[in-house]
Design a protein around this ligand. Structure first.
Ligand SMILES: NC(=O)c1ccc[n+]([C@@H]2O[C@H](COP(=O)([O-])OP(=O)(O)OC[C@H]3O[C@@H](n4cnc5c(N)ncnc54)[C@H](O)[C@@H]3O)[C@@H](O)[C@H]2O)c1
Length: 247
């Protein structure tokens, strides 16, 4: 695996940082794409002090041009790209009846437009190579309508699962796979920052597993879906929700 290259979006912190670290441990050269460039650079330095196996890229996932620049920059640096993880996401909880058009568009842009552009730009590049892996980080909210995260976020994540299938079908014959992972609430900074402690206690009490999910495990699954031998897994959605939602 030592030559493989992956770009992880939104990897400056949270789940993306854990995913980037796990890829690095698996022997990948890792690009950390984020709008938070300072934190992305700090993680890249932690992983690879001389920059030979990890680098930071400024990448705003709401822009198709930015994905094209990231692809070209990465190719110029390491001469190949094998996998893309569309992980960047964001939401601000607003009651459904109060979501403005602007708020809706903003959340859709970061969580869904991003996946459209990432899959278009990297899907085309991978198809040209006859191989490639895309993993989209969706959410339980996209499957069950969500609870704590907002209707715009839930709608966007439902769209991520649908786009995953569309791109999987479109790119499959070219040797490219596109899969999604739908985590439930995980033990990550954003959950502790955005959910009040008493509400979080109630959320955890409602999870059959009795605790928040592990980012390490989601990262392991991401690495597994990006492996060369994962070519028969395509258009799937891997649920990691502690038994909160079964289908
Ligand atoms: N935390 C959870 O419990 C949970 C559950 C299900 C799904 N997810 C999904 O996992 C992914 C990561 O979540 P997290 O908990 O690490 O969130 P987080 O807010 O901690 O990290 C998100 C990262 O995305 C970056 N980002 C935001 N907007 C961006 C943009 N326009 N371009 C590039 N980067 C941008 C941020 O700078 C940040 O580094 C998201 O897609 C989220 O929806 C998280």
């Amino acid at each position: 695996m030592s030559n493989r290259v992956v770009l992880v979006t939104g990897a400056a912190r949270g789940l993306g940082a854990v995913i980037a670290t796990q890829f690095h441990r698996a022997g990948y050269r890792v690009a950390i794409g984020d709008i938070a460039l300072d934190s992305a650079e700090a993680l890249a330095r932690d992983l690879s002090a001389d920059g030979s196996t990890a680098c930071a890229l400024h990448l705003d996932v709401t822009s198709k041009d930015a994905f094209e620049v990231a692809r070209d920059t990465l190719f110029a640096r390491w001469g190949r790209i094998d996998a893309l993880v569309n992980n960047a996401g964001a939401s601000k909880v607003v009651p459904v009846m109060e979501i403005t058009g602007e708020q809706f568009d903003q959340v859709i842009n970061v969580n869904l437009r991003s996946v459209l552009f990432g899959c278009q730009v990297f899907g085309q590049y991978f198809a040209g190579n006859g191989t490639g892996r895309i993993v989209n980080i969706a959410s339980l909210a996209g499957q069950n309508g969500g609870s704590a995260t907002g209707a715009h976020y839930a709608a966007a994540k439902g769209g991520v699962i649908t786009l995953t299938k569309v791109f999987a079908r479109d790119l499959g014959a070219a040797g490219v796979t596109v899969n999604a992972i739908s985590p439930g609430p995980m033990d990550l900074p954003i959950v502790h920052e955005s959910v009040p402690a008493d509400k979080l206690k109630a959320v955890i009490a409602g999870i059959p597993a009795g605790k928040l999910g592990s980012a390490d495990y989601v990262a392991d699954v991401t690495v597994m879906l990006a492996a060369e031998n994962a070519w028969f897994a395509n258009g799937a959605c891997w649920d990691v929700n502690g038994g909160l939602f079964m289908r």
